[in-house]
Design a protein around this ligand. Sequence first.
Ligand SMILES: [Zn+2]
Length: 143
Amino acid sequence: MVCRFTATARPARAGGMSGQTPPAADRDWVPALMRGWAARCPSCGSRTLFTAFLKMAPACTACGIDLQRFRADDAPAYFVIFIVGHIVVPLVLLLEKLYEPALWVHAVLWLPLSIGLSLWLLPRVKGAVIGVLWALQGRPQDD
Ligand SMILES: [Zn+2]
């Protein structure tokens, strides 16, 4: 399969602090994804990705990369819905098949689980998406 993804490489922000950011072609998306999942800068690994629950820092205070140009948009919400749905729906069906509980039991169990799991996953998935965007940004086109 040929990767046709090309992102427009933008020049690095003037005044970067250390220049530790690897060139775009040397970025591995797996460690970037893991760093983002842990709310760490995808470039240097410092815990500088978020300033609030889901609010991205404008730039990494440790390595100076511009984080504002990586926009996750609605991707984290889609991934969280996908993940939570694949966890909760089988459990709902299993409980219903085995015990046939009253509807209030389902409401008491699955609403808090769905909301809690979504809130737990959202910043992690958003960080992971930002990490992958950072890693793939500006890669040369494979032919
Ligand atoms: Zn950094």
